[in-house]
Design a protein around this ligand. Structure first.
Ligand code: 5AD
Ligand code: SF4
Length: 440
C-alpha cells in the first residue's frame, strides 16, 4: 500500500508555496497526499513564528499528536518552517514534544527527503538546521495545490530588519533567483494552464539589488508580463521604501498586471514608522498612493497594519486611522504587535498594555470592515470579469476573484475552475459578493 503524507501549514503565502515544495519532495519519494492525519504515515508541520499566536497554534497542534503517535509508533512527525530556525527553538520543541522524529528549517528544505531516509535507518531523532543561507536551490517539482493560481518565488530572505520582525533572523539575507529560472518557471506554468501567477518575495522591489541578476524588479516584471498567454500577474510584497515609478511604468505597459498593489504601511505615524525602522515617512507613502491613483484611476491598494507597537500613543493610533481613511484601502490585514525574541522592539521599554492594544485593534478592524462594506455596495449592478478558482460543495456555488482580489460566488459547474467568467453582481454580503453569469 502506498504511504501517505499530511502537511499542516501556518503563516503566509511564502509558507503555503513552501508546503507545495515539501509535497513535491514527498511525492517523489512515493508518498501520496491525505486530508486525514489519522491515515498518514508522515505528518509535516510547516510552522510560522511571525507572531506569538502562530507559534501557539502550532504548539497546540503538535501536542495533540501525542496520542496518535503512541497508537501508531511508525508514524513519522516532522517539524520545519520558520519556528525551527529560531534560536533555541529546537531545544524547546524537543523537550515539549519528545515524539517529534525530524526537525528541519527554512534554509535546508531541500534536504527533507534525505532526512526522512536517515530517520528510517536510525532510532535517534534527526535534527538538521542550517544557520546561514546557502546557494539558492531550484525546485522543479513543487506539487501545486492551488490551480488556477500559482506562486513563484523570485527571491528569498530579507535585509530590512524592521524592528518588530523576526523574518530576517529566520530566513537569512536577501538573495534573488536568476531571471532565466523565474521566466522558465512562469512559461511552464502558463503552458500548463495556470491563469494567475503571483511573484513572491519579502521585498520584491529590491530584487537583484545586490547586482547578482543583471535586472531590477521592474525589468523582471516587464519580462514576465511579456510572456505570451492569457494570465493575470501579481506580485507581493512591496516595501514602500523601495516601491517606485519604474514598477508603475511597467504596470501601465501590461494590462496583465493587476491593478491591485499590496503596500504594507504598518503605521500612519512618523514617530512609530521611525521606531519600526521602516525608512519611509507617512508623506512618502501617501505620495506613492497618489502616483498609483493618478496612473490607474481604478487601482486598489491593500496593506498590513500593526497596532500597539511600543510607544504608540492614542495620537499615533489616530494617525493610522486617518491614513486608512485617506488611502481608502480595499482591505487590510491588521495585527496586534507581538514581541519577538531577538528583535529590537522586544527590548523597547514602553510596551503597550494588552487592553489598550485590544481596544485599538477592534476600532481599526471596524474601520477597515466599513470601508470594505462600502466598496462591496458599489459593486452591485456592475458587470465584472472574475477568474473561477474554486467550487464550494456545501453552497453548490463556484467562487472566483476579480482583478482586485474580491471574492464572488456564483452558480456554475465545477468545470468553470480555471476560466475567466463575466458576472453581473446581484448582491453584496459583507465582504462577499454574489453574481450571475452573463452570456458573452
Ligand atoms: N507583531 C505583529 N505583526 C507583525 N508582523 C510582522 N511582525 C510582527 C509582529 N512582531 C506583520 C507585519 C507584516 C506582516 C506579514 O506581519 O504587518 O507586514
Ligand atoms: Fe519583516 Fe520588514 Fe523584512 Fe517585511 S520587510 S519581512 S516586515 S523585516
Amino acid at each position: 500500500m502506498q504511504q501517505k503524507y499530511h502537511i499542516v501549514t501556518y503563516g503566509c503565502q511564502m509558507n503555503v508555496h513552501e508546503s507545495e515544495k515539501i509535497a513535491g519532495i514527498l511525492q517523489e519519494m512515493g508518498y501520496v497526499s491525505t486530508d486525514q492525519k489519522e491515515d498518514a504515515d508522515i505528518i509535516v508541520f510547516n510552522t510560522c513564528c511571525i507572531r506569538e499566536n502562530a507559534e501557539n497554534h502550532a504548539f497546540g497542534n503538535i501536542g495533540a499528536l501525542k496520542k496518535l503517535k503512541r497508537e501508531k509508533p511508525n508514524l513519522l512527525i516532522a517539524v520545519g518552517g520558520c519556528m525551527t530556525q529560531e534560536k533555541g527553538k529546537t531545544d524547546v520543541l524537543k523537550k515539549k514534544f519528545p515524539f517529534i522524529d525530524i526537525m528541519f528549517g527554512t534554509l535546508n528544505l531541500e534536504q527533507l527527503g534525505e532526512l526522512i531516509l536517515r530517520k528510517k535507518s536510525q532510532k535517534k531523532k534527526v535534527i538538521e538546521i542550517r544557520e546561514k543561507e546557502g546557494e539558492i536551490v531550484e525546485f522543479t517539482n513543487a506539487y501545486r495545490t492551488s490551480y488556477p493560481n500559482a506562486w513563484v518565488n523570485i527571491m528569498y530572505g530579507c535585509n530590512n530588519f524592521c524592528s518588530y520582525c523576526i523574518v530576517p533572523y529566520v530566513r537569512g539575507r536577501e538573495r534573488s533567483r536568476k531571471p532565466e529560472h523565474i521566466i522558465a518557471e512562469v512559461k511552464g506554468l502558463v503552458e500548463a494552464g495556470y491563469k494567475e501567477i503571483t511573484l513572491l518575495g519579502q521585498n520584491v522591489n529590491s530584487y537583484g539589488s545586490d547586482g547578482s541578476t543583471g535586472m531590477t524588479f521592474a525589468q523582471l516584471l516587464d519580462a514576465v508580463a511579456s510572456i505570451e498567454g492569457n494570465f493575470r500577474l501579481r506580485f507581493m510584497t512591496s516595501h514602500p521604501k523601495d516601491f517606485n515609478k519604474d514598477v508603475v511604468d511597467v504596470m501601465e505597459k501590461h494590462r496583465k498586471i493587476m491593478r491591485l498593489v499590496h503596500l504594507p504601511v504598518q503605521s500612519g505615524s512618523n514617530t512609530i514608522l521611525k521606531a519600526m525602522n521602516r525608512r519611509y515617512t507617512r508623506e512618502k507613502y501617501l505620495e506613492e498612493i497618489q502616483m498609483l491613483k493618478e496612473r490607474f484611476p481604478e487601482v486598489e491598494v491593500t496593506t498590513d497594519i500593526i497596532v500597539g507597537f511600543p510607544g504608540e500613543t492614542e495620537e499615533d493610533y489616530l494617525q493610522t486611522e486617518a491614513l486608512v481613511k485617506e488611502v481608502d484601502y480595499a482591505s487590510a490585514f491588521t495585527f496586534v504587535y507581538s514581541p519577538r525574541q531577538g528583535t529590537k522592539a522586544a527590548e523597547m521599554e514602553n510596551q503597550i498594555p494588552e487592553d489598550v492594544q485590544k481596544d485599538r485593534i477592534m476600532r481599526l478592524v471596524e474601520l477597515v470592515n466599513s470601508l470594505t462594506r462600502q466598496k462591496s455596495e458599489k459593486y452591485v449592478g456592475k458587470t465584472i470579469e472574475i477568474l473561477c478558482e474554486d467550487y464550494d460543495e456545501k453552497k453548490d456555488l463556484c467562487m472566483g476573484r476579480d482583478e482586485f482580489g474580491r471574492m464572488v460566488y456564483f452558480k456554475s459547474a465545477k468545470e468553470s475552475i480555471g476560466q475567466f467568467v463575466k458576472l453581473k453582481i446581484t448582491r453584496a454580503n459583507g465582504i462577499s459578493l454574489y453574481g450571475e453569469r452573463v452570456e458573452e
